[in-house]
Design a protein around this ligand. Structure first.
Ligand code: 15L
Length: 262
């Protein structure tokens, strides 16, 4: 079993690398930043936009975990090149190589402007991107859907919340995806058939995003950001849920000052 991880040197890739290591499994780590391969690993230095390099990187691969791309807002030209076209290059290379499973790192920012409602935000919430970055995640999901329907690849899109060692602010008491839960979610997604869009969130007490579809593919989160609540609330105060950044899925990305110079 060989898994190609794109963007392996990034934040989520770095957290997942040791957690996805397993007897009988090879992790092929691809990034523009050179990485040193350890036991059970292979390292490839390449851009996801390089068609030739991606075709070569798919050799002998059973599943792809596509994390590569800009992880925050950037000018449109960069988003288009790396996030949008890069995802096309990854999926096309996977299809040509006959790779069966592809997991796509989407983001809550694909639906960032969705308001907090009465109940949980459902799975498959209609796109409401909050940035060009969010648009690229919507496009990523759309490309995944296309490659599933037209070419039969099994594709699962993860609308990741806030995947860090620990929540960094009070919003993340709701949106945190712990590194261990992220690995649990990735394992479930890598094995799932069909096409799915699932929230990437832990079993947080203050969670307001659905876990239904995640659980349907076998993801059972174990962590809860609430253990960090006392410290974070003491520092930042209790959140006003009716106001930004708590009133919408995407938090500060939806604020008037969150922009780049295009
Ligand atoms: C994301 O998509 C970003 O990559 C990450 O840095 C966080 O800002 C996260 O969303 C979030 O919404 O907390």
């Amino acid at each position: 079993m060989r898994i190609l991880i794109t963007g392996a040197a990034g934040g989520v890739g770095t957290l997942l690398r040791p957690r996805l290591a397993k007897e009988g499994r090879v992790l092929r780590l691809l990034d523009v930043t050179p990485l040193e391969a350890g036991p059970g690993e292979e390292a490839v230095t390449a851009s996801i936009t390089d068609e030739e390099a991606m075709a070569a990187a798919m050799d002998g691969v059973d599943a792809v975990l596509h994390l590569g791309g800009h992880s925050l807002e950037r000018p449109w030209a960069q988003i288009l090149d790396v996030n949008v076209n890069g995802t096309y290059v990854v999926l096309e290379a996977a299809r040509r190589a006959g790779v069966r499973h592809v997991v796509l790192a989407s983001s809550n920012h694909a639906v960032g402007f969705a308001p907090r409602g009465e109940g949980e935000a459902p799975d498959y919430l209609f796109p409401r991107p909050d940035t060009f970055y969010g648009v690229s995640k919507v496009t990523k999901e759309a490309l995944g859907s296309l490659y599933h329907d037209r070419y039969g690849l099994a594709v699962t899109c993860l609308r990741i919340g806030s995947c860090f060692e620990r929540p960094r602010d009070v919003r993340m008491l709701s949106t945190w995806l712990s590194p261990d839960d992220c690995a649990r979610l990735a394992e479930a997604a890598l094995a799932a058939d069909g096409f799915h869009v699932v929230w990437g969130v832990s079993a947080n007490t203050r969670r307001w995003w659905s876990l239904e579809e995640g659980r349907a593919i076998g993801y059972e989160p174990k962590d809860d950001a609430e253990v960090f609540a006392d410290t974070l609330v003491a520092e930042h105060g209790e959140p006003d849920l009716g106001d930004l950044p708590h009133s919408v899925v995407g938090g500060a990305f939806c604020g008037p000052h969150y922009d780049v110079d295009n």
